[in-house]
Design a protein around this ligand. Structure first.
Ligand code: LP5
Ligand code: MN
Length: 239
């Protein structure tokens, strides 16, 4: 019997060692056949040439060790969309696109980071289109690593300032985007993160009853993950 565990929004950073310790311990102790990281494993990923950074070396080695016990799957988030093959290969992880459909013990799941569903946040969606453009990414990655880290720091600050002025509704997923995702992929169960509002929501989409399970972001005190096993889906408290 397979057991998959889903997490997102760990936001690993050298500046939050308690969260890193919690995540590394979780990787050692988790009892699962597969782990899906649905975006924002790192607080910011400036490019795979950061693999020599001592903090990144620790994170990669924790992932690699876990990959020997279970299948690791990693999806891009809005902070680490520049993660490439170099990172994934070093971790022994497979990349999964956003959105991604999978089946675990007969449960069909639609997986996403969640940011693409926040369609009312027009400013963010314009920013997202720009930075997901392959030509833009190639020119950005051609800049020196130190400069990219500085840009990432500046963008994080700008993002925090912008968020203070956005309503909670704008920063949540949009109902019609959620319905569209359920229609396009035909599944009735979705798991995503990004909004940092863990919970379970029901959506009536045409004649179908759908469920949307939302993961939490990681704090020093713990995190909310989701487990999928023979018994169905359940929230999993990580402490
Ligand atoms: O992540 P979170 O929850 O804090 O906020 C997101 C949205 N913000 C972002 C920006 C990231 O936090 C910062 C980027 C991380 C580092 C990337 C690493 C490498 C750098 C690559 C260069 C891009 O995603 C936030 C949403 C919120 O989720 C809720 O959904 O509201 O959106 C914003 O705050 C974006 C602003 O609204 C628009 C920012 C305009 C910036 C203009 C600069 C454009 C040029 C880019 C280039 C150098
Ligand atoms: Mn996110």
């Amino acid at each position: 019997m397979d057991r998959a565990v889903f997490v997102s929004d760990i936001h690993l950073s050298e500046s939050t060692p308690a969260i890193s310790s919690l995540f590394f311990r979780f990787l050692e102790e988790i009892d699962a056949t597969a782990l899906y990281v649905l975006g924002d494993l790192f607080d910011a990923w400036p490019g795979d040439d950061d693999l020599e950074d001592p903090f990144v070396v620790r994170a990669v080695s924790a992932m690699k060790k876990a990959s020997l016990r279970m299948k690791l799957h990693v999806m891009h988030g809005n902070r680490d969309f520049l993660m490439g093959k170099g990172f994934l290969e070093a971790c022994g992880a497979l990349s999964v696109p956003d959105p991604f459909c999978c089946e675990i013990n007969g449960i069909q799941l639609l997986l996403a980071h969640g940011d693409a569903l926040c369609t009312a946040d027009l400013e963010y969606q314009a920013f997202r289109r720009q930075v997901r453009d392959p030509a833009w990414q190639a020119s950005f990655l051609a800049r020196p690593l130190a400069e990219r880290k500085e840009v990432a720091r500046g963008l994080r600050q700008q993002s925090e300032m912008k968020k203070l002025k956005k309503s909670d509704a704008i920063m949540d997923v949009d109902e019609s985007a959620v319905a569209e995702a359920f229609r396009t992929h035909g599944y009735v169960t979705m798991i995503h993160g990004h909004t940092h509002r863990p919970g379970k929501h029901r959506h009536q989409v045409d004649s179908r009853r759908c469920e949307r399970w939302v993961l939490g972001d990681w704090h020093e005190a713990g995190a909310i993950a989701i487990s999928a096993s023979g018994g169905g889906l359940s929230f999993l408290e990580i402490k």
